[in-house]
Design a protein around this ligand. Structure first.
Ligand SMILES: Nc1ncnc2c1ncn2[C@@H]1O[C@H](COP(=O)(O)OP(=O)(O)OP(=O)(O)O)[C@@H](O)[C@H]1O
Length: 341
């Protein structure tokens, strides 16, 4: 008997490169980093989500941490399945509401291939789901921020996640034109780690790079309300001794500049592709920014300056996709044309 058959209702999953969120009946019950830790000798899972993230970069030879998704898609099928299983187990199964849940809606990047889609579906099925529906992330993000995607109105979404940035123009429940690029949070983190090594001779880990990004990551070198300098520790490459330095947001803006320019480029491409009637709508309604990357300081302002359009950063950008995915599972019939089996 599959895991989902013990549950009492349908669930929505935002299976992300960085974070996986699970929602039921309008409530986000699981919000964990997409990572597992296993014992290399036995293959046993030692930790999932936050607990596994604590171990990331600090493991000994017997422990391995795995991030099952890369660039928005499943890179390690077995680990993905184990992670989904483990995260679903975190749901309060004692709650009667979960008694008959065997349908799930899971969000996927819009640039995903048929083989990659199959991998998502199979992972969910192997984890116990009986019916799996998939929905493209930009559609879920739009619904998640409260937009009615069924209207004949052009909506532009830029969803910057961990692995992919999805830029799409949506109308009448469908994606009219889009670009899905593999420049997002993970690349920003890598840019920071590389910069620290190059400019400061300081070797830092992925987690430290991510902390810098979250605290002082900036898309602009001049901010109206700048964050305070951030202290970071790592290994001095010259001496091999641990050291601490202070980093400014301006340095981070400098090292992220190239990657952000690629997002700008893709945004302009999508705007160029949009049919004129939808361009007119976008001129009025502007661009909606979702995903964790939307939290970079000054990103909204930078994109607004580049496109000369109003840019709105979602209130809760990290949760927009799962909130939208949760709406789809509530009314499968209404969204039949949007959902992929
Ligand atoms: N305050 C912040 N500033 C900048 N980046 C942030 C901030 N908070 C989170 N992030 C980044 O956002 C990314 C995660 O965003 P999100 O959860 O939307 O992506 P995901 O759904 O896991 O990825 P994908 O959709 O690409 O599969 C991570 O790279 C994380 O480091």
């Amino acid at each position: 008997m599959g895991l989902f058959s013990f549950l009492t209702s349908d669930i929505a999953i935002d299976l992300g490169t960085a974070n996986t969120l699970i929602m039921h009946n309008g409530r986000i019950l699981v919000d964990e980093p997409s990572i597992i830790a296993i014992d290399k000798r036995t293959g046993k899972i030692l930790a999932i989500g936050h607990q596994a993230m604590q171990m990331h970069g600090k493991t000994n030879e017997h422990i391995k941490t795995i991030r099952p998704l890369k660039d928005g898609v499943i890179a390690d099928f077995t680990a993905a399945e184990q992670m989904i299983r483990g995260l679903v187990k975190m749901l309060p199964t004692t709650n009667k509401l979960f008694a008959a849940a065997h349908r799930i809606v899971v969000s996927i990047p819009s640039g995903i291939t048929e083989v990659e889609k199959r991998a998502v579906k199979d992972s969910c099925e192997h984890a116990g789901a009986k019916e799996v529906y998939m929905v493209y992330e930009p559609l879920a993000a739009a619904v998640g921020i409260g937009i009615d995607i069924t209207q004949p109105t052009g909506i532009m979404i830029i969803d910057i996640g961990g692995g992919t940035t999805e830029i799409a123009v949506i109308a009448l429940s469908g994606i009219v034109c889009e670009q899905s690029i593999r420049i997002a949070g993970d690349v920003f983190t890598r840019d920071i780690v590389d910069y620290m090594r190059r400019e400061h001779n300081l070797l830092i880990g992925e987690r430290s790079g991510e902390e810098i990004k979250k605290h002082i990551g900036s898309a602009l070198s001049e901010l109206v309300s700048p964050p305070a300098d951030y202290e970071i520790r790592g290994r001095d490459l010259m001496t091999g001794i641990p050291k601490e330095i202070k980093v400014t947001y301006r340095e981070i803006a400098y090292c992220l500049d190239r990657s952000i320019a690629k997002i700008e480029e893709a945004t302009l491409k999508v705007l160029e592709m949009a049919p004129p009637e939808l361009s007119a709508d976008i001129y009025t309604n502007g661009i909606h920014l979702t995903g964790g990357g939307a939290l970079l300081h000054g990103l909204g302002e930078r994109l607004a300056a580049k496109t000369h359009l109003p840019v709105q950063v979602a209130d809760d950008p990290l949760r927009a996709v799962v909130k939208g995915t949760g709406e789809f599972i509530k009314d499968l019939a209404k969204y039949e044309s949007v959902l992929i089996r």
